[in-house]
Design a protein around this ligand. Structure first.
Ligand SMILES: NC(=O)c1ccc[n+]([C@@H]2O[C@H](COP(=O)([O-])OP(=O)(O)OC[C@H]3O[C@@H](n4cnc5c(N)ncnc54)[C@H](OP(=O)(O)O)[C@@H]3O)[C@@H](O)[C@H]2O)c1
Length: 367
């Protein structure tokens, strides 16, 4: 279960305090945009030198990104996350800077998040740092997009909002075949790889069968499917029983684990006594009700117990458990600097094999 992704040394040695790039990772942006960017071949992750952060290769031969990314759905999203009330642009900017200071340079967004605002904010923040940032964004396959041109137009709009020439990873947000076949869509994405506007192709929320179909269609164009982004955490392990994890491993497709903290539940700050109530749509989510929180108490107790042993936090243990799974990159969301810094601290150490097993056994009801 645990393997290369967790075999690294300290990721904290290079943190500085001024919002600059971490030592050892700073390269010019132009360098990062070159197709010849250094890549590993078969290894899924590399063991870094003491001042470098652990990295993972996307897919079989895609770009190399940090072994933990950062999700930016909450950046600009008022509908679900309450952006603009309890937090805003300056807090998420600080989150970005704290992540970069801690060595995290892989950011996940989508054209849909905040109706483009997440991409725009990320684009603005990228301009403010000197080191290469890897951006993953997503295409929304909505019914009114039925022509190949609509894929190209969506990429142009994302590139403009992000203010970059190339997107590291371009993902299809969910599977939708009604008016545009997967074959047409994958061919349109393959064209964009050849054009150089996207570096590699991913999908999201695809079943094992849908993922295999995308892989097969892209393979005809000699392009590997790099990623399937799916919901995966200690409190949602369905991807293991649905054959997604095993199929991804077999075909060298990297799993990006979204909602890896179960939308905050695995931090341990939401408890049945409800001293802290989540903002936004989670207020009406049964997982955040008394019963929902009561049900997960044994898992949170275990996380607290294990985290004390390592002098870490429950969130860091929950994220480290994911990095210990073969070929999985967690992309926790953060709304402020302290959350970003804490989440980055999930790298640079490893859970002992017996603790990985204990957590696996305790969370089987969530398989
Ligand atoms: N492909 C898809 O369909 C899809 C779907 C969902 C998400 N995603 C991606 O995955 C990313 C992460 O998922 P997510 O945002 O749903 O859930 P998550 O990462 O499990 O949880 C994020 C939330 O937990 C809280 N939090 C995070 N770190 C914390 C810390 N260290 N201490 C205390 N609280 C902390 C914050 O909210 P509070 O402070 O308000 O509790 C934060 O907004 C998204 O940003 C997005 O990029 C993709």
């Amino acid at each position: 279960m645990s393997e290369e992704t967790s075999t690294f040394e300290s990721s904290n040695g290079h943190i500085n305090n001024n919002g600059d790039c971490p030592e050892g990772s700073a390269k010019s942006k132009r360098e990062s945009a070159q197709p010849s960017q250094k890549r590993s071949s078969r290894r899924k992750s590399q063991t870094p030198k003491s001042n470098e952060i652990a990295t993972v290769t996307l897919g079989n031969n895609g770009p190399t990104v940090t072994a933990l990314g950062m999700g930016t759905w909450a950046w600009g999203d008022k509908l679900f996350w309450d952006y603009g009330n309890s937090y805003g642009a300056s807090q998420v900017e600080e989150a970005f800077k704290a992540a970069v200071r801690a060595g995290i340079t892989f950011f996940d967004t989508a054209e849909l998040y905040g109706m483009g605002e997440s991409e725009s904010l990320l684009g603005r923040f990228i301009k403010e740092v000197d080191c290469p940032i890897n951006v993953a964004t997503k295409y929304s396959p909505v019914p009114w997009r039925f022509s190949v041109e609509s894929v190209s137009e969506a990429i142009t709009a994302s590139l403009n909002r992000l203010q970059v020439d190339r997107i590291t990873l371009y993902q299809v947000h969910w599977s939708f075949n009604f008016l545009m076949s997967q074959e047409t869509l994958m061919n349109a994405l393959a064209n964009e790889v050849q054009r150089g506007r996207i570096e590699c192709v991913g999908v999201s929320n695809y079943s094992a069968e849908q993922m295999l179909e995308a892989h097969t269609l892209l393979a005809r164009r000699n392009i590997p499917l790099a990623v399937n982004q799916v919901q995966y955490s200690l409190l949602n392990r369905k991807v293991e029983t649905q054959g997604i994890i095993n199929t991804a491993r077999k075909f060298g497709i990297t799993i990006l684990a979204y909602s890896p903290l179960s939308q905050g539940l695995l931090t341990g700050k939401y408890t049945p006594d409800r001293t802290q109530i989540p903002n936004g749509a989670r207020r009406i989510d049964p997982r955040f009700s008394f019963q929902g929180l009561y049900r997960i108490t044994p898992v949170l107790n275990l996380l607290h117990q294990i985290s004390e042993k390592y002098n870490k936090t429950p969130a860091q243990v929950a994220l480290n458990w994911l990095t210990a799974q073969e070929n999985v990159i967690p992309i926790p969301g953060a709304k402020n600097a302290s959350q970003a810094q804490e989440n980055a601290g999930a790298l640079g150490w490893q859970l002992a094999p017996e603790d990985i097993v204990i957590l696996e056994q305790a969370t089987r009801p969530w398989l």
